[in-house]
Design a binder for this molecule. Structure first.
Ligand SMILES: [Mn+2]
Length: 291
């Protein structure tokens, strides 16, 4: 299969994949990993959703394939660091352990090519402080699941109409005033901690909202999630950070992707489509630059 050569990054951060839930977009993340390579990958928590598994097992083949993919990358020399979150908290007991080249850490420190130091953590550590925000308890886990379910079918509909994926859940969340307050409070707290601990920046996940912004002298970065916005944080070899929004950047439009595994007779067709849709090179979405 001839495909566009993968783009190379110094580092990639991924979090909030929530394997084991219906909202998880494992296929899309597998596709992302085919098109993007890095010297190191940080898995910044909530990769496997053990909470959801307790409610009932949901584990399609793509979820297993994704875990296998991370191990395979580790075996082949990518440095893979897994910093567990609250939904995969039980893995925190294994901090310090290396499994087939994949290392588990409670938190990590990332060093940029220029020597700048970044604290890498999931972010649930700040829930205790932020938790008395009313929307969290109001929407809660169940409401959020319903929203993700609606989002899924909403996008099935959009696909039928030939429209591209658009996150209804992310949109709704950002329209709730309290959610916006929650997000900025969270970001400030995380940044404040990094500043106190003398880091140049901090990289986290947890709130499913990708961001790069400077807060009082430290860079706050969030890699987003793979249940609604499908975002990753990447570092270039020069040490610049970017947020990749895979819904917008994937080189193929949906029809081409769906036919990629089609029988030989249909392939030229798929390739023609891919070429048409991939005519412009996928470009990163520059959300913000370092100060
Ligand atoms: Mn989390």
């Amino acid at each position: 299969m001839t495909e566009v050569a993968p783009r190379r990054w110094r580092s990639i951060w991924l979090s909030d994949v929530h394997l084991g839930t219906r909202g998880c977009q494992a296929e899309l993340l597998l596709e992302f990993l085919r098109h993007n390579r890095a010297d190191r990958i940080y898995l910044v928590g909530d990769i496997i959703d053990f909470w959801a598994m307790r409610r009932g097992l949901y584990w399609p083949p793509s979820h297993g394939r994704l875990l296998q993919r991370f191990l395979e990358l580790a075996r082949r020399g990518t440095e893979v660091v897994y910093v567990p979150g609250n939904h995969d908290e039980s893995l925190r007991e294994y901090r310090g352990l290396t499994y087939q080249g994949l290392r588990i850490e409670r938190t990590a420190v990332h060093e940029g090519p220029d020597g700048r130091r970044y604290l890498v953590l999931h972010g649930d550590e700040f829930d205790m402080v932020v938790k008395n925000m009313p929307w969290l308890s109001k929407i809660g886990d169940v409401g959020y699941s319903v929203l993700l379910w609606m989002n899924h079918w909403f996008n099935v509909g959009r696909r039928v109409l030939g429209l591209r994926y658009w996150s209804l859940s992310a949109y709704v969340k950002l329209r709730v005033k309290n959610a916006v307050q929650y997000i900025s409070r969270f970001e400030e707290l995380v940044a404040e901690t990094a500043r106190r601990r003398k880091f140049d920046g901090v990289i986290c996940g947890h709130i499913h909202h990708a961001e790069i912004r400077e807060i009082d002298g430290v860079v706050y970065m969030n890699d987003g999630d793979w249940v609604e916005s499908n975002t990753a944080l990447v570092e270039t070899f020069a040490g610049d950070f970017e947020i990749l929004r895979w819904n917008e950047e994937r080189p193929h439009a949906d029809p081409a992707r769906d036919r990629r595994v089609a029988p030989a007779g249909e392939r030229s067709d798929a390739h023609a489509l891919a070429e048409r849709d991939g005519a412009r090179a996928p470009r990163p979405h520059r959300v913000g630059a370092r100060p």
